[in-house]
Write a protein that binds this ligand. Structure first.
Ligand SMILES: NC(=O)c1ccc[n+]([C@@H]2O[C@H](COP(=O)([O-])OP(=O)(O)OC[C@H]3O[C@@H](n4cnc5c(N)ncnc54)[C@H](OP(=O)(O)O)[C@@H]3O)[C@@H](O)[C@H]2O)c1
Length: 235
């Protein structure tokens, strides 16, 4: 049976590349984005290349859209095998923790943490029903607690949101491990995208590599982990 995968923030960057690689692996991909025109254009580009890609609107901060897409997926496909929570924002630049506006913290957490929670809550029941699921939360090395005491003060909202996402990953994974659902976090490395900027050493293909690995884990694979380049990354 053809597997169904959904990617958030699929219109560009690592999300778009993840859709492309999943398509090449034979998945039926639901590319989602918060901007309809950009998402449709991205999905059309992949469909033109012969991949099975459908488009659906999804702003992960919008409860109604989350509810609508989970209803759509259940009706249309009856299953969701892979969920890649890729959508993310980095809004605080190099301001320190006491300089970044409270609102910036809240907006960052609304996408990077609560967005993942909203979307996961909407789809986990369907995964439990089918006794199968692979959820990949796109985190960051910047969210590693190990690095936090030593790194300079930049991106406090971004870094704490990804640390919280790592914690959420562990908590969610332990809850569903009896249902053949694996939930892992991934650090893609520093990747050349709009967020990563032009000086980043990695291309999107490398950035998406471990996401694909986690999205296609066998039943014996790990859950509740944090990975970079297919190896465990320090929390
Ligand atoms: N690039 C790096 O070096 C790097 C390193 C570590 C981790 N990451 C993580 O990798 C993921 C992808 O980042 P990227 O580098 O590909 O960045 P990017 O090019 O800036 O792409 C971010 C994507 O997230 C989407 N997005 C933002 N807010 C959203 C929302 N509320 N609902 C739905 N989609 C939303 C964006 O949509 P719009 O086009 O509408 O803005 C865009 O599609 C992020 O979670 C990021 O934190 C990246």
């Amino acid at each position: 049976m053809q597997k169904i995968a959904l990617v958030t923030g699929g219109n560009r960057g690592i999300g778009f590349e993840t859709c492309r690689q999943l398509g090449h692996k034979g998945f039926s991909v639901i590319l989602t984005s918060r901007d309809k025109a950009l998402g449709e254009e991205a999905a059309a580009e992949l469909a033109q290349a012969g991949l099975e890609v459908a488009y659906h609107l999804l702003d992960v901060t919008n409860r109604d859209q989350v509810s609508r897409i989970s209803t759509f997926v259940e009706k249309e496909y009856g299953r969701l095998d892979v969920l890649v929570n890729n959508a993310g924002v980095s809004l605080d630049g190099d301001k320190g923790v006491f300089e970044v506006e409270q609102m910036v913290f809240e907006e960052t957490f609304d996408v990077n943490l609560y967005g993942v929670l909203r979307v996961a809550r909407a789809f986990i029941p369907l995964m439990i029903k089918n006794n199968y699921g692979r959820v990949v939360n796109v985190s960051s090395s910047a969210g590693s607690l190990k690095a936090m005491g030593t790194a300079a003060g930049a991106w406090p909202a971004y870094r704490t949101s990804k640390a919280a996402l790592n914690a959420l990953t562990r908590v969610m994974a332990s809850k569903v491990k009896e249902h053949n659902i694996k939930i892992n976090a991934v650090a893609p490395g520093w990747v050349r995208t709009r967020m990563g900027g032009p000086s980043a050493p990695r291309d999107v293909a490398k950035g998406a590599e471990t996401i694909l690995w986690l999205a296609t884990l066998p039943a014996s694979g790990p859950t509740g982990g944090f990975f970079k380049d297919r190896k465990r990354h320090p929390w």
